[in-house]
Write a protein that binds this ligand. Sequence first.
Ligand code: HXC
Length: 260
Amino acid sequence: ASYEFIETSEPRPGVGQITLNRPKALNALSTPLITELNTALLSFDRSPTIRTILLTGSQKAFAAGADIKEMAPLTFSEAYTTSFIESWSSLTTAIKKPIIAAVSGHALGGGCELALMCDILYCTETANFGQPEIKLGTIPGAGGSQRLSRAVGKSRAMELVLTGKGFSGREAYEWGVAARCFGSWEELMEGSLKTAETIAGYSKVAVMAGKEVVNKSQDLGIRDGVEFERRVFHSLFGSEDQKIGMKAFAEKKKAEWTDK
Ligand code: HXC
């Protein structure tokens, strides 16, 4: 498929990369861009060869937010009746393969929220995160207040949302928002691709189950969450790959996954 605001590639075996590519607007997330992003994500999710998805922007900007110029004239009734922004959540609801966000430069407002929706967040030390919506007379609208609170705690999330002040990639890492931070764009991309490739090398069914159970922890209490995890764990004894993986260990061989 050919896209106007994103680029897709397969930089490593099993790894599908989506690059936000609207450089003149610092990758501002307009509705047409999000539509393309959803199309690309769904197509990677359905692809028999892609096993892990890497979402990135440019060195300068992951994404500088939702498109302010598109939002400026929007009325309440238009936003409400068209479910404005709701389509962004297909990233978290429809996609079963893991998505790694590689964030460099600006990740502001909706850009920060998009990164927070991904399964693993990597960034550069100097990445510029923030929820500056308050400066525009509004608030986060794509889950930022909820996901940030869970990641950094209520008080810090409140401070970020109410002051609009940014936080660095280094801080994102120290606070547990990012799994890793890197000294340069090159290291970020190499590190992200390496992790994507590692995950792509495992059993697809186990990887999807792992993603599902970790994500459930964000919605369920500990008791229901542990029970959910155990049920999914039990179900994996029905997969071929569990037999293959454990037999390979016992025989000191490399597992050859069948994805069954
Ligand atoms: C539309 C944007 C944009 C945005 C930047 N641009 N961010 N257009 N929506 N979110 C455009 C600028 O208008 C400008 O266009 C071009 O990109 C380059 O931006 P500059 O401001 O000239 O670049 P710079 O001086 O380097 O400053 C970078 C910046 C600044 C600090 C990131 O652009 C900025 O503050 N952007 C807005 C960040 C923001 O408030 N994001 C939250 C949006 S609200 P021209 O045509 O002039 O060259 C939001 C709501 C989420 O995301 C809720 C639901 C998802």
